[in-house]
Design a protein around this ligand. Structure first.
Ligand SMILES: [Zn+2]
Length: 348
């Protein structure tokens, strides 16, 4: 066989999907992303997808888990929801569920896809003629996002970070869209919502969604490479809360927190002052856990050089006052790594 996919028009997806995404009812199956191997030239990687098209008068939402393979709460919550939503007549609108988006990364328990060593959440809008993750990103951007009004992307901190249990959203310039995204996050009901712009957001899935006018929120529900018990609970409740907020199912969102407080604390990371970056390659000793209150000027941690005993450790101090949102785990750091991120109370 000599068929050459690179001869296809650049804009045409190479992903096969034999589901009719727009037909009424429940559809379950796979996106088949081509991946040629020595022993399987026509090999594909099967990415699970469930589409529930309920009554046509409702909104269209997409929930994702496993965009990063070493973040587990979303994989559990979205796959459980996919099993539970059997009756399409039980929802108004459309729900697209992808519990394990970067399947090769998830099976390997890794952030990056082992097939091409790329971070799916840095590949958007993707490339139909690119590598595995670029082809997958292109399909999501060009086929699934146009069928979506609301995106909820369930992440956690992976191996590298631990996060205070939170939703997050970008600081979008359109004040109306920002207000609707904050309301969506408040309905999800995590302890915190963070309005921010990260170190590299333009190529992420939420950014691709925002470019299409889609309301998009993400989450950070644990980290350090294990399943966060409370993170799973917040994720499962949050996805149902979002469906209630959008009118897809009946009922009001339950946003009561463990400490009895009534809802989500709106926070922000504005500018770079919230970030603590690694000043050198070394061994980072943190001083706080995610979720703890911290002050500007307070000791954030110490970078040690045990391999060079005469070299003085470097003390790092916070430059913002608030709550520690993201915390790197104790361990080796490199110069330029984000070691801690402080969120402050939201200021419009
Ligand atoms: Zn992630």
């Amino acid at each position: 066989m000599t068929a050459d996919a690179t001869a296809a028009p650049a804009a045409r997806s190479r992903v096969m999907c034999d589901l009719d995404l727009d037909a009424p009812g429940r559809h379950e199956g796979y996106l088949r992303v081509p991946f040629s191997r020595d022993d399987a030239g026509w090999g594909t990687v099967e990415i699970p997808i469930v589409v529930v098209n309920g009554t046509p008068d409702g909104p269209r939402a997409m929930f994702t888990g496993g965009v990063h393979g070493d973040e587990y709460e979303g994989q559990i919550a979205v796959s459980r929801l996919a099993r539970e939503l059997r009756d399409p007549q039980s929802i108004r609108g459309r729900l697209i569920l992808m519990p394990m988006v970067d399947l090769p990364a998830a099976l390997a328990g890794r952030r990056l896809c082992p097939l091409d060593e790329r971070d799916l959440n840095r590949q958007f809008p993707g490339d139909a003629r690119g590598t595995f993750t670029q082809v997958l990103a292109h399909y999501i951007d060009s086929v699934l996002l146009p069928r979506t009004d609301v995106l909820v992307e369930v992440h956690s901190g992976g191996h590298g970070m631990e996060a205070a249990l939170s939703t997050n959203m970008h600081w979008v310039d359109d004040a109306g869209q920002r207000a609707r995204q904050m309301a969506l996050a408040a309905a999800f009901g995590a302890p915190y919502n963070v309005v921010f712009w990260g170190v590299d957001e333009g190529a992420t899935l939420p950014s691709a969604a925002e470019r299409r006018g889609i309301l998009a929120i993400g989450t950070e529900l644990g980290g350090w490479g294990r399943v966060n018990i409370e993170g799973v609970r917040i994720a499962e409740r949050g996805l149902r809360n979002v469906m209630k907020h959008l009118g897809m199912i009946d009922g009001a969102p339950d946003t009561t927190q463990r400490d009895g407080s009534p809802g989500t604390r709106q926070m922000g990371v504005q500018g770079s002052a919230g970030y603590v970056f690694g000043p050198a390659d070394g061994l980072f000793e943190p001083k706080h856990l995610a979720g703890q209150p911290v002050r500007a000027g307070e000791l954030a941690g110490i970078v040690h050089f045990p391999e060079d005993w005469a070299r003085s450790p470097i003390e790092l101090r916070y430059r913002a006052t608030g709550v520690l949102w993201m915390a790197m785990g104790p361990g080796r750091c490199r110069k330029g790594d984000t070691l801690a991120v402080v969120m402050e109370d939201y200021r419009p």
